[in-house]
Design a protein around this ligand. Sequence first.
Ligand SMILES: *[C@@H]1O[C@H](CO)[C@@H](O)[C@H](O)[C@H]1NC(C)=O
Length: 510
Amino acid sequence: MFSGLNHRRSSVLAFGLVATSSLATAGPCDIYSSGGTPCVAAHSTTRALYGAYSGPLYQVSRGSDGATTNITPLSAGGVANAAAQDSFCAGTTCLITIIYDQSGHGNHLTQAPPGGAASGPQPNGFDNLASAVGAPVRLNGQKAYGVFIAPFTGYRNNAANGTATGDASEGLYAVFDGTHYNTACCFDYGNAETNSRDTGNGHMEAIYFGTGDGSGRGTGSGSGPWIMADLENGLFSGLSPINNPADPTISSRFVTAVVKGEPNQWAIRGGDATSGTLSTFYNGARPSGGYNPMSKEGAIILGIGGDNSDGAQGTFYEGVMTSGYPSDSTENSVQADIVAAKYVYDTSLMTSGPALNVGSSISLRATTACCTTRYIAHTGATVNTQVVSTSSSTALKQQASWTVRTGLGNSACFSFESNDTPGSFIRHSNYQLMVNANDGSKIFHEDATFCPQAGLNGQGNSFRSWSYPTRYWRHYNALGYIASNGGEHEFDSATLFNDDVSFVVSAGFA
Ligand SMILES: *[C@@H]1O[C@H](CO)[C@@H](O)[C@H](O)[C@H]1NC(C)=O
């Protein structure tokens, strides 16, 4: 029995067993090792990337007392223990503070510091940390959490050990959410500058996912999103930074994205992370103009550009950096391993607590001791709380009533249409809740999508912003915000946070 197990772990030929066996099998980094291009960084909040890895995957910190805990796989080589996170974070908020390197090189990712292009929102200029609950998924039926990068969120390691520098060869892959992206710079994973500044062309080699930044940078076919390479001062879809028609628009919910580079040679590959094989979107010479030879610096970024440009969004589940240029066949075996991990988007994981019914009219009562007769209402475009009762005027009852709609930006969650202003929805804008007409834009749809979960104070529901999942509907001085627990604004105050973000849902007054 044990020799059989060891055989599976050590043999490249064992990959076919992954789908049919629950025994430990080779993980992506075992496959890269067998191919002669070992992982020098291996990051995932969803699973172990080596068949024998049972150490910490990530660390979370909770809002109630600032305590931290490490989340490990359920078993060696297995899926993350999401239940341990859920129990640790029950009744409060949690942030992902560290994404551990599984490769043994100590290349952990932590909160990104300020950079040349942008300082993050934190008082010390650091970027935000990701919510621990923004990207739930299942792997082989088991719940796990990805890293949901909202704008201004980023992770980094500027003192990485063993990653490629100069023109040295490396390979990268990552699994992303193919439906979570934007046009801002830059949702990246990979090799970047060690000083968080733009030090010139060729000083980065990172996977980029999104629709480009519209400033003459790379594009593929269709309207995007595309897998591209951020090589600094250029998002490249191929040899020319402008357009590569062979780089397709990605439409799968889970996407495997590959970038690799060696002297005067690099490639982009990609595929559906839940089925099929990888295709090659570019394979050829380095672009001219400072990209050949490369001047890689070896820092590691996630969710930001090399100069800390932090406006992008996306979701990361797993990814690695290798030493050496992996062969296509090694990457094809890694893709088979990812497919066998069976990523599934189970929409029921996005919400919890008392259920909401699409099409129903609801009113939402505050639960903070000050304010238990107040309901979420609006005056013009401003969302506020007002004292409402059955004897209130019809106009006020309508201002405090909302029709539940399927989430405009994500159908697993909900949007809330104004009773007295049909076609207008509650959305966040500059962290304030507003009632605005649906203009049909991607950003409006995303900003008007909220995911109810069991109320943080044990009453009713808390309404998590889909696009900024560290933030919840909050009443503060009788106005509506999306607030994070102890964040950078006055309305983010940790005092009474759980009460201020918990609302009891009832049938609408109107
Ligand atoms: C750097 O990586 C090597 C493995 O190649 C490891 O032995 C060493 O401990 C790492 N250094 C640090 C500072 O983590």
